[in-house]
Structures are given as structure tokens and as C-alpha cells.
Design a protein around this ligand. Structure first.
Ligand code: ZN
Length: 392
């Protein structure tokens, strides 16, 4: 007979995750059902030889053959289970999968990422992609348990904690003993981080109490806003262009001059014009190819030319929200197209002429304008769109 402490699995991991894990570890189905029932229902009892037994939430009793082999197998399975529900390793793995997926659409990308994970996890207005970092997100989730203990929530688990660990001690100042479980020590450590957020036992950071979503922001801490985020994350820009603009803002495109800077032995001149070093600045502003694209766009619309960096040009746009949005979207489209043509030129020794690229940028924008409800537009914007030849 085994008595298992299910404290680790209770309230600290997702049920679906536990279920998948039990499947993956090939536990017998009756065992899986029992575990899931134990951790999801508030109370439960077992029937042994027709008699009902009540059991406490954190315990489960298992019966197995008494031979050494069966026991070893069970113990091995529990140790794997407890390591996996120990979360830390799982979080690191999940994060690695997310990271790799972003750069390669696959779980095992092994090259150096273009932008650091720390930057990616910032909010969009702070220059990131707004992806949640798993470590702080996990803290915010575990923080909910910390808060339950603080407000003495009516739950079996909280009662159990108070009776077995706190025993009347002040939760804010509580220190766990060294031999308490890993999960309990982890909860206490997160509690220590949260102490400044409490006044008289109440979570003062959010007026209506603790929520993981908003407390995540608190754990993460905020950073200064970047000045270009409205250029990139505006509704007129299509997502793949947004991503490209975001890379340019972080100077993250692997232009040849950047690769040479990393020590890669490669010809660093612009493969399109062969007249200058290939930097983002050259490719999108100075290169004769981009200039011709802009001139062509200019023939059909009425566009001025970026003399400084492209994102600076975007930030200097004037006019209504729509007018700024459209000019930004067209410039980011240009960046995307030029980079795409540059790759074609490099890999296939073939590229489209500037006229075709310009036509493509304009047609793409016309299609987006057509998709908008004209009734929603004001007169000034309609006039402007006409002048830009974007209503055709
Ligand atoms: Zn060039």
C-alpha cells in the first residue's frame, strides 16, 4: 500500500497538463482516472471491499503487488511524475519551444535568434512582441496561492496550509523550514517577493484584489516606451510587414555588413547596386533600387522621400490618424518588398524591377482601402485618399 502526497499536483499545475503527463508516462487508465478525480474534486472517498472510506484531498492510497519488481516500477513512475510536476524544468522547456517557434515555425531552431528573448517578452509599446515570459507568468499564477493564504480563502488547501505550516504565524514574515517540500518553499519564496505589494494583509497593487493577469505586469516591471511602436503596430500595416518593421527597429536584419561585424567572411557590398556597404540604412534609403521604387510610388501617389532612416521618416508623417497610418503601412511594405527582392537577388540572382515592386505596394494598399467602409471615412480623409490615388 502506498500513501502518496499529492500536494505538489494540487493547485500548482494545470489538470490538462497532469492528464497529458499521465498519458505520456503510460500509467494504467484506472490509475489515471483516480489521480484526476483526486486532484479535481473537492472531496472523494474510495470503496474498499464494499466499505466507503473518506480521504483527505492531499492523499491517495494505492495498492499494488508486494513484490520488489512491481514496487520498483511504481516508485520509478512516481519519481518521473514528481520531477515533471516540479515545473521548473517544464517552464524552461516550454519557453525554449516558444522561442524556437517564433524564428523557425518549429520546435528546434538552433541558430542565434535575431532579437533577444528578454526584448521579445516586453510589451509592444516597450519594444517587445508582448509575449508572456513563462517565469514571471508562473510567478503571477503561484502568486494567486500566496494571496489565497493571505486572505484566508475558504478552501481545503488553504485550511491545510494554515494548520500544518503556518500554525498561527504571520504569513508575510513566515519562513519555511529547510526540509519542507520544494513546492512549498517555492510558494514562500514568491510570497517574499510579493510582500511589498501588501498593506495590512491586503494586496494593494490592484484595487479589486489579486488577478494573475495584472499581477504579471507587476512581477515583470515596466520599461520606458519606445517612440516607434505606433509606426509598426498600426492597423493599416499587415502582420508580416509589422514583424519586418519590428526587426528593422531593433537593427536586427542580418544585412551583410552586420554579418561581417559578427566575423562572418562574406562580401559586404550591396548585392543590388554593388556601390556601397549593405546596411539597413543603405538598402531602404540610399540604394538606387529603393529610390526608384519610391519614385514610382510617388508617380502614382504623392509621396515624399525618406532622407533619414525609414522609421524616422514614418514618425515624421503628419495628417489624420488614417493618413499617418497609411503612409507608415506603405513604407513598411516597401521595406518588406525591398528585403524580399534583396534575398531573391542574393539567392536566385533574379529580382523584380522597381516599377513592378512599386505597383505591388500600391495595389496592396488600394485593396486594403477597398476593404474599409467608406461611410466611416470623413471628407478630409476621402479627399486625401483621392489625391494619393488610393481609391482606384
Ligand atoms: Zn544598393
Amino acid at each position: 500500500m502506498f500513501k502518496i502526497d499529492l500536494q505538489k499536483a494540487y493547485d500548482t499545475v494545470e489538470w490538462t497538463f497532469v492528464r497529458q503527463l499521465l498519458d505520456a508516462l503510460n500509467f494504467p487508465s484506472e490509475f489515471k482516472t483516480m489521480i484526476i478525480q483526486c486532484i479535481t474534486s473537492a472531496t472523494y472517498s474510495l470503496s474498499v471491499n464494499g466499505e466507503m472510506f473518506g480521504y483527505f484531498q492531499d492523499d491517495v492510497l494505492l495498492f499494488s503487488k508486494g513484490d520488489a519488481k512491481s514496487m520498483m516500477l511504481l516508485l520509478q513512475a512516481f519519481s518521473t511524475f514528481s520531477k515533471a510536476t516540479g515545473l521548473e524544468g517544464v517552464i524552461k522547456r516550454i519557453e525554449a519551444v516558444c522561442r524556437n517557434f517564433l524564428w523557425d515555425n518549429s520546435a528546434d531552431y538552433r541558430r542565434i535568434p535575431l532579437v533577444g528573448w528578454d526584448t521579445i517578452c516586453r510589451s509592444k509599446d516597450e519594444g517587445g512582441l508582448g509575449i508572456k515570459d513563462q517565469e514571471n507568468w508562473n510567478k503571477a499564477m503561484v502568486g494567486r496561492l500566496v494571496d489565497w493564504i493571505a486572505v484566508n480563502r475558504d478552501s481545503i488547501w488553504v485550511h491545510w496550509i494554515h494548520n500544518n505550516y503556518l500554525k498561527g504565524q504571520d504569513w508575510m514574515g513566515y519562513k519555511p523550514s529547510m526540509n519542507s517540500s520544494w513546492v512549498w518553499r517555492r510558494i514562500c519564496k514568491i510570497k517574499d517577493e510579493m510582500v511589498p505589494g501588501y498593506t495590512n494583509g491586503k494586496w494593494h497593487v490592484q484595487p479589486d484584489g489579486y488577478t494573475p493577469a495584472r499581477s504579471y505586469e507587476w512581477f515583470r516591471g515596466s520599461r520606458p516606451k519606445v517612440n516607434w511602436y505606433k509606426v509598426v503596430w498600426n492597423g493599416w500595416v499587415i502582420p508580416k510587414h509589422q514583424f519586418m518593421g519590428w526587426l528593422v527597429a531593433h537593427a536586427a536584419l542580418n544585412t551583410t555588413s552586420k554579418l561581417v561585424g559578427f566575423g562572418v567572411e562574406i562580401e559586404d557590398t550591396c548585392c543590388i547596386c554593388a556601390l556601397a556597404e549593405e546596411t539597413s540604412e543603405h538598402l531602404f534609403c540610399e540604394c538606387e533600387y529603393s529610390k526608384r521604387v519610391v519614385r514610382e510610388v510617388n508617380n502614382m501617389t504623392s509621396w515624399s522621400y525618406p532622407e533619414s532612416g525609414v522609421l524616422e521618416w514614418c514618425m515624421q508623417r503628419t495628417g489624420t490618424k488614417l493618413q499617418k497610418g497609411i503612409q507608415n503601412a506603405m513604407m513598411l511594405s516597401l521595406i518588406y518588398q525591398v528585403w524580399h527582392q534583396r534575398n531573391k537577388c542574393r539567392n536566385e540572382k533574379f529580382m523584380l524591377c522597381p516599377e513592378r515592386v512599386a505597383k505591388h505596394i500600391i495595389e496592396e494598399m488600394r485593396a486594403r482601402v477597398r476593404g474599409r467602409d467608406k461611410m466611416q471615412l470623413n471628407l478630409a480623409d476621402l479627399e486625401w485618399l483621392k489625391k494619393m490615388h488610393l481609391l482606384e
